[in-house]
Design a protein around this ligand. Structure first.
Ligand code: SIN
Length: 280
């Protein structure tokens, strides 16, 4: 297995590995690489849905998305399809997956099935670096704040969402998380939020009071030097660690089809900096 860094901040491009035939040593090496790089883009994976599901289960239990429809015959996989002429709103804004649930997803993987000739890349940003770059005063303030997160169905109105029309309309429940989250495996603090479509406000504050700081933090978190970019090819499987990253799907391929098979892995309850200090 070989890994080339994708940028100075994060990301690794992996070659020389077959996810359909991975021994325990190979899996351990990938696990360590994910903790180090945050996102791994693994090239040349000609695997079936069952093989993708088996690979996903090595990371943990599969996280059922509360709102999205799944691939017929494979309820573990969400098929993300964008047709030519369709506007993509699925994932087309900076976010970390399922922050709007009480126990958000640990990791997400996408397997590229059809890609445009150019465009449709996914951007990632490193929230360890974003936290580290804050002033000491802002770090102290951030450590005391929690975010109030609510799913926004309107923001994600895409083919995936249309497929869910038959599902019962369940009202979204808010989820509260620490603004500074301690990574459960590395112990490193990371900022943890989405843009205001989902992170509506800080707990105990109004939207108007919260918005200037959320806007500042989103601009800060997405500074170019914290980011990397994955360019897709059919058979690329990209897995990312939602506990330290945000990502954004670019909508810059109006005339082409793009199809991805997506699986998310269950996480653990979020732990803030103060809570981690008390527990240590
Ligand atoms: C997502 O947010 O999970 C979708 C990312 C993508 O389609 O590139």
């Amino acid at each position: 297995m070989e890994i080339q860094q994708l940028s100075g901040a994060l990301g690794g491009e992996v070659t020389g590995i077959d996810l359909g035939d991975l021994d325990d040593g190979g899996f351990e090496a990938l696990h360590r690489a994910l903790l180090e790089h945050g996102v791994l883009c693994i090239r040349g994976q000609d695997i079936t849905p069952d093989e993708q599901i088996a690979f996903a289960r090595r990371w943990g239990e599969i996280h059922d998305h509360p709102y999205l429809a799944t691939l017929p015959g494979h309820p573990e996989i969400i098929e993300i399809v964008k047709e030519p002429g369709e506007r993509n709103r699925f994932g087309a804004h900076w976010h970390t997956d399922q922050i709007f649930t009480p126990v958000p997803a640990m990791a997400t993987m996408l397997l590229a099935k059809e890609v445009p000739p150019v465009g449709g890349d996914t951007l990632f940003t490193d929230l360890y670096s974003a936290y580290d770059a804050l002033s000491d005063g802002m770090k102290r303030l951030a450590a005391r704040l929690a975010t109030f997160n609510l799913y926004n169905k309107q923001a994600d109105r895409s083919r995936v969402m249309k497929a869910k029309v038959t599902a019962p309309e369940t009202p979204a429940e808010p989820a509260i998380h620490p603004l500074v989250r301690v990574h459960p495996e590395t112990g490193r603090p990371a900022l943890y939020l989405n843009d205001p479509r989902v992170t509506r406000r800080f707990d105990g504050m109004t939207e108007a009071e919260s918005r200037p700081l959320i806007d500042f933090l989103m601009a800060h978190c997405t500074r170019p030097e914290f980011t990397c970019r994955v360019r897709w090819a059919v058979g690329t499987l990209t897995i990312w660690d939602n506990r330290r990253l945000m990502h954004l799907a670019l909508d810059d391929y109006p005339d082409h089809r793009r199809v991805m098979h997506r699986i998310t892995i269950k996480g653990t309850p979020t732990v803030g900096l103060e809570q981690a200090r008390v527990a240590a």
